[in-house]
Design a protein. Sequence first.
Length: 395
Amino acid sequence: MLTVLYISYDGLTDALGQSQVLSLIRKYPKDEIRVIILSFEKKEAFEQGKGNIEKMISNHNIIWEPLFYTKKPPILSTIFDIYKGKKSAKRLHKKYTVQIIHCRGHITSIMGLFFKKRYGLKFIFDMRGWFINEKQESGYWDHWIYIPVYRYLKHLERKFFFSSDYIVSLTEAGKSEIIRQGLAAANKIGVIPTLVDFTLFKPFDQDVYKLIRKKLKIPFDASILIHSGSVGGNYDITKILNIFEEFTKKFPVSFLILLTKEKINLPIQDQRVIVKSVPYNQVSDYLVASDFGLIIYKPGFSTIGRSPTKLGEYWASGMPVISVKEIGDLESLFTKYKGSGISVLSDLSDLGAQLAETQFIKEKNKLRNIALEYYDEEKIKEFYLNIYRVLSPVN
């Protein structure tokens, strides 16, 4: 029996932890692989969702070791979490004899590097994008205190690349950059996108389409542009509004929905811009009611490593996509799946022309089928199982 210690800085009681971590691990063959999940839980979510997670893993070969996530003070809280994680991981390794340590992201990989060096465990650096650069480019690390933090973490990142037994990149663009910098050989890097929960993000439904539009007082024949997710930091609200302005030139009767849990101070007052916060399990309804999905990040190095989950969620709901250029593999995907989306220049000079010229897929089920193909959970499951099998000491 192969034992894998999977460390996630996202909690299983968070929506992200359930959709991106647990939904996949629950499908692993329980007679072949035992997975110990060490996760960092937010207290409120943990108290509400603990019982549900325990039910979800009860008939699987999964051991759950939840720790509480520490939010404040900055930097010191993360150091404390790393300390707690190492302590728990040592105890788990002593009890279960772990062979592989699978680290989701940079923070957990600090623990993975330690166990690789101390105990010789096989170490998977599942990088989830260029996290350190994302933080710097977002503006969240503008304070001088983060200068040494950035440098130290970039130093550690190189060690993750050099010391890991396998690296997972979310994009081919990210893999190419790793190779270009001489951080790892091509045969040590695999590429797989994020997961999409197709049970939650449902196919287009005419009744839902009408219901949401009626609720928002939007005409049935209006064109809706929607942005789902965070606003601020790496997500450029100014760019979103500029794209909407260009969008209205092509579609005069238009609305923009900003589907986010964050409080936004919009720089404009426009009744056509609707800010809405809904539970995660209702997001799909608003996507179904819309016509185009937006994927917008501030330009920067880190965008090459992004595999936006919302891309699959938009496609699953029957929507083509508008994005800016140089986000992960989006441009190559739009070329491969013609009519599924467009990438526009930063000055937006080509948006109107592309909207006019591009023949977007009209049959919404075709877009969903594209999502089912690209985000095939069976393919993603086999991808990870093959890594475990190759790294297994039995082989």
